[in-house]
Ligand binder design. Structure first.
Ligand SMILES: Cc1cc2nc3c(=O)[nH]c(=O)nc-3n(C[C@H](O)[C@H](O)[C@H](O)COP(=O)(O)O)c2cc1C
Length: 329
């Protein structure tokens, strides 16, 4: 069976990428993921907010300790630069060590909310040897101020693309007003790939304490449908590769995403819940299905159930429930 696939211009030995999370934040864990069959890993993100917050904390401490006299600006500059260097340095060391110890591609990840100076980090990440860079662009749709999210994303992409030559992917969430057009437009900005979609943090309410509490940290096996729908609708139209993400827990979900047109899938929650050994089961389930269906390679069935290739594309397009599209009266 030929499970190879192209994603971001990289040849992956199979379509299973371990998405950005705590399981990809150390070299020893990455080695284990490679051993279990992962085709690539996206490193735990370096967070723009985290870096900036760290700088602010240090500044506050310095001020409290009367370290800064008379707003002496050179001291401020020193703290700013020093803190950023340290955080970035840890990340750079992780990339370098991972590149030395494993053969699978290492995709670095930056979680960004703006196009401020962190974009310079992209260059250093590239120089450290990362095979690609994924930008997790977390713009907040609950923001009551009117902002042009798509434009902001384009500015971020543009700034990063001027810094690096490695392939750049963006991971977005699924809350755009004009999803289809936004995804198409973004795919034409020079990026090499998109990850559809990131999972938003889910809140909950405790009915005993009447307090807001964090909801489930992990996705559910049914959550894969949202990315499958948009990948099926757009995979033959976008100008970059697509990775499906969120809710991929079974080999059936992996197969469905590839049938919809995904080039690869990213998996996180299922590995936390079922252990990293489950990568093996996903791969053998995929191979067994390919054997049964007579597909000798992934390319033979990629996109075969995309909206363009199915007889009833309306299944992907319908938003409202209609009896015609369901078996329930
Ligand atoms: C514990 C945990 C940590 C995560 N950390 C990051 C992160 O640092 N950067 C990022 O882009 N996504 C992060 N994610 C999101 C995942 O990469 C992924 O997009 C999301 O969980 C949906 O995939 P899943 O349904 O397979 O979990 C994290 C998810 C989990 C559960």
């Amino acid at each position: 069976m030929d499970l190879t696939t192209k994603y971001l211009g990289l040849t992956l030995k199979n379509p299973i990428i371990v998405g950005s999370c705590g399981l990809t934040s150390s070299v020893s864990d990455i080695k284990q993921l490679e051993k279990q069959g992962a085709a690539a890993v996206v490193l735990k993100s370096i967070f723009e907010e985290e870096i900036l917050m760290d700088v602010e904390n240090q500044l506050r401490e310095a001020k409290e300790n009367s370290f800064i006299y008379d707003q002496y600006s050179e001291t401020l500059d020193y703290i700013d630069v020093h803190v950023k260097k340290e955080r970035l340095n840890e990340y750079i060391q992780l990339i370098k060590a991972a590149k030395k110890d494993v053969l699978i591609p290492i995709i670095a990840s930056i979680n960004c909310v703006s196009s401020s100076e962190w974009t310079d980090f992209a260059k250093q990440i590239e120089e450290a040897g990362a095979d690609a860079l994924e930008l997790n662009i977390s713009l907040n749709p609950s923001d009551l101020v009117s902002r042009d999210f798509e434009e902001n994303i384009k500015v971020i992409i543009h700034k990063v693309l001027t810094q690096v030559t490695v392939p750049v992917a963006i991971k977005i969430n699924n809350s755009f007003t004009h999803m289809a057009k936004t995804i198409l437009d973004l795919s034409q900005t020079g990026i090499s790939g998109m990850v559809l979609f990131n999972r938003a943090h889910s809140p909950d309410i405790d009915i005993n304490t009447l307090q807001a509490v964090p909801g489930r940290s992990f996705s559910s096996p049914n959550d894969f449908v949202e990315s499958m729908r948009w990948i099926a609708l757009l995979s033959d139209k976008v100008n970059c590769s697509l990775a499906a993400a969120t809710g991929i827990h079974t080999h059936e979900a992996v197969i469905k995403q590839i049938l919809a047109g995904a080039d690869a899938v990213q998996i996180v929650s299922a590995l936390y819940e079922n252990g990293i050994e489950s990568i093996n089961g996903l791969l053998s389930g995929l191979e067994k299905w390919m054997q049964e269906k007579g597909f000798s390679s992934l390319e033979k069935f990629k996109g075969k159930a995309s909206s363009k290739n199915v007889g009833n594309p309306a299944v992907f397009e319908r938003i409202q429930f209609m009896k015609h599209f369901s078996e329930i009266d």
